[in-house]
Design a protein around this ligand. Structure first.
Ligand SMILES: Nc1ncnc2c1ncn2[C@@H]1O[C@H](COP(=O)(O)OP(=O)(O)O)[C@@H](O)[C@H]1O
Ligand SMILES: O=C(O)[C@@H](O)C(=O)COP(=O)(O)O
Length: 408
């Protein structure tokens, strides 16, 4: 293994795994840190953690364990994959984990860049944009767990770490990899690097060729496979037919549009916070209902910001999230034993919960369904799976994903 990734959620892990696979690296997405060695042909290993919203201490411990496993497999460079919308709170976990990994690997300068131009995320003058909106006006200010209310990544990161924060601006980035390398501070720092185009990310990769640690969204990986001699490729796929289900616990803007669109063409079942907290949902009956349908049904808890806020005030934010995620874990387990063959999931935390219900230990990475979303095959069920980030994908993503999984 040459390149190791520690991803702070499961959708983020499959997002960067797609970038690396399309860059021509043989790539596996692991479910948590494996306890056994990787297959010898794996060049890029992506460890999926569910560490974005746990305590900073827990996130650090999980990330260091993942780092140790990846370096033991031979990785010379580690990427800490965070969200392209920099999802975090003042407590972390981006700063504390980046700091701990840097100390552990002996790296004093850490490039931090969440830009992902293909999905509209750009970093300019240290500020993160989603399309033409600043991060704090993009919808991310209403996220149920990690509301983002400041677009200046320098102040966001400074609140999470004692390390000095530095910045490399677009004029230097446009001058290329050598200019970026020359502009790197000589003293310890986390460096927010601007990037608005894929070419900027390639220049960053060139500058980072011998860095032991990088922090970023999947865009940070665009230029990395070439550093390891890989050439672009299309990942293989064996079609999977059979029963399909869409599970959505994401309350993000794009997902809510996808839920509304799919509910018009397929059976759907809304699970409300009241249903969950009152224990009104029978998981086995729900799984039977889902698999009796001719068209893959949608089961969702996705709701608008006002409803989410009201439910959080009533039940407590973390308690509610935990209960909803627990429901999705149990439902997935029930669906898997009944022979589910195609599974589409919306939401990063939700995906972590769903994958826990699958009980698999790794995914092979197939071709793209949308920017940042590959088709995956679970190693235990040979099930086709898509883990879609909250804000990725077009309005017809669910129908498109289910269809593509079954096509040659
Ligand atoms: N109706 C709801 N009310 C409150 N919280 C919810 C509701 N539905 C889902 N959630 C919780 O909101 C969080 C959504 O996060 P996530 O799955 O990561 O989505 P995204 O990818 O959009 O960030 C999860 O913890 C989920 O359990
Ligand atoms: O970088 C991204 O935007 C995604 O890969 C990601 O991590 C998104 O997280 P969720 O929106 O919580 O799925």
């Amino acid at each position: 293994m040459k390149l190791g990734v520690i991803a702070d959620d499961f959708t983020g892990a499959s997002d960067i795994a797609l970038t690396l696979a399309e860059g021509g690296m043989s790539c596996v997405q692991y479910v948590g840190t494996p306890s056994t060695p990787a297959q010898p042909d794996v060049e890029a290993g992506v460890v999926s953690l569910k560490s974005r919203t746990v305590s900073a201490g827990d996130a650090v411990a999980q990330s260091l364990a993942a780092c140790d496993w990846l370096t033991a497999q031979g990785c010379s460079q580690i990427v800490f994959k965070v969200c392209s919308t920099f999802d975090s709170t003042a407590q972390g976990n981006i700063g504390p984990v980046a700091e701990a990994l840097a100390d552990h690997l002996g790296e004093a300068q850490v490039i931090v860049c969440p830009a992902f131009p293909e999905s509209g995320r750009s970093v300019y003058q240290g500020h993160l944009f989603v399309g033409d909106k600043l991060l704090n006006a993009s919808g991310m200010q209403d996220h149920p767990l990690t509301p983002m209310t400041d677009a200046d990544l320098r102040t966001v990161l400074a609140a999470q770490t004692a390390w000095p924060i530095s910045h490399i601006a677009t004029d230097i980035v446009f001058s290329g990899g050598d200019a970026i390398a020359a502009a790197m501070p000589r003293t310890p720092a986390m460096i927010i690097v601007d990037a608005i185009r894929d070419d900027d990310l390639r220049a960053i990769a060139q500058a980072a060729r011998s860095r032991k640690l990088l922090v970023g969204g999947s865009g940070i990986a665009i230029g990395l496979p070439a550093n390891f001699g890989a050439v672009p490729a299309t990942p293989d796929w064996q079609p999977t037919t059979g029963a399909g289900v869409v599970l959505s616990g994401s309350c993000s803007t794009a997902t809510r549009g996808q839920v509304a669109a799919y509910a018009k063409v397929a059976p759907s079942l809304e699970i409300t916070p009241e249903d969950i907290m009152a224990g009104r949902i029978n998981v086995d009956e729900t799984a039977d209902w889902a698999l009796a349908k001719d068209t893959a049904p949608l089961i969702y808890s996705s709701a608008d910001p006002a409803s989410v806020k009201a439910a959080q005030q009533k039940y407590g934010r973390d308690r509610l999230a935990h209960a909803i995620e627990g429901f999705f874990t149990d439902l997935t387990r029930a669906l898997a034993v009944r022979g589910l063959a195609r599974l589409v999931v919306a939401g990063g935390e939700t995906s972590g919960a769903v994958v826990a219900g699958l009980g698999c230990s790794a995914f092979s990475v197939g071709p793209r369904l949308a920017a940042g979303v590959p088709m995956l095959k679970a190693d235990n069920h040979q099930m086709a799976v898509a883990l879609k980030s909250g804000n990725f994908g077009a309005a017809d993503f669910f129908a498109h994903a289910l269809l593509r999984m079954s096509e040659l």
